[in-house]
Design a protein around this ligand. Structure first.
Ligand SMILES: Nc1nc2c([nH]c(=O)n2[C@H]2C[C@H](O)[C@@H](COP(=O)(O)OP(=O)(O)OP(=O)(O)O)O2)c(=O)[nH]1
Length: 195
């Protein structure tokens, strides 16, 4: 088959997640989460991650006794030294192993990388990345998740940070992730269908 003269491409399938700490969603579904025995992200946990990663929390200020709503935030992970794209930020996830579905791979990666447990029903497809790197072509389905069990930490030593919509574009993202930003911001600002 004609491959366009490129000599063939090595396709790498990776899954990623837009993990959202969404205070409005958490309030709206706290009962449902409790019924399922699955914890929605707690503010204290998110604050702990932010503190550990040196990230400033978004504005939680009080004026005349009225509290200002906390912003929705997305979890970004920094690629460690010694790996490709070291120092750049990405969405948590990783490669799909042979015999795995993308969702199985993502659930496994999130347990290994962040120490959290995610239910298949809480993974909503958002968009995908399709990007040519020098040695492979990356195809990455990107999911949204607003509910998980545990507090996300950089379980493999990687830095993690919670970013507000305004902060997302201040992070140096991997080249494949830059075109994903509008869809991620849309999910943060306007929500996505699903649980
Ligand atoms: N998980 C994840 N990977 C991404 C993103 N953007 C992006 O270019 N990638 C690339 C980086 C890696 O080459 C590959 C992910 O594979 P991996 O998470 O198993 O990475 P790895 O460091 O173990 O692999 P490698 O770079 O050593 O080959 O996809 C993203 O947002 N999330």
């Amino acid at each position: 088959m004609d491959d366009g003269g490129s000599g063939g491409v090595r396709l790498l399938v990776v899954v990623g997640v837009v993990l959202l700490d969404d205070p409005e969603w958490t309030q709206a579904t706290a009962g449902a989460a409790a019924n399922k025995g699955v914890a929605a992200p707690s503010a204290s946990g998110a604050e702990a991650v932010a503190a550990a990663s040196g990230t400033e929390l978004g504005p939680i200020s009080c004026s005349g006794g009225a509290s200002v709503a906390k912003p929705v935030r997305v979890l970004l992970a920094q690629r460690p030294e010694g790996k490709s794209n070291a120092g750049l930020w990405e969405f948590p996830g990783g490669k799909v192993d042979p015999g795995e579905t993308p969702e199985e791979a993502l659930i496994r990666e999130l347990r290994e990388e962040l120490g959290i447990t995610v239910d298949l029903a809480d993974l909503m497809p958002l968009t995908f990345a399709s990007h040519t790197y020098p040695t492979f072509h990356l195809l990455m389905p990107l999911y949204v998740c607003r509910r998980w069990l545990g507090e996300p930490v950089g379980a493999e030593g990687q830095a993690v940070a919670w970013a507000t919509p305004e902060e997302v574009s201040t992070y140096n993202l991997t080249p494949a992730d830059i075109p994903l930003v509008p869809a991620v911001l849309a999910a943060m600002r306007y929500g996505t269908p699903g649980p």
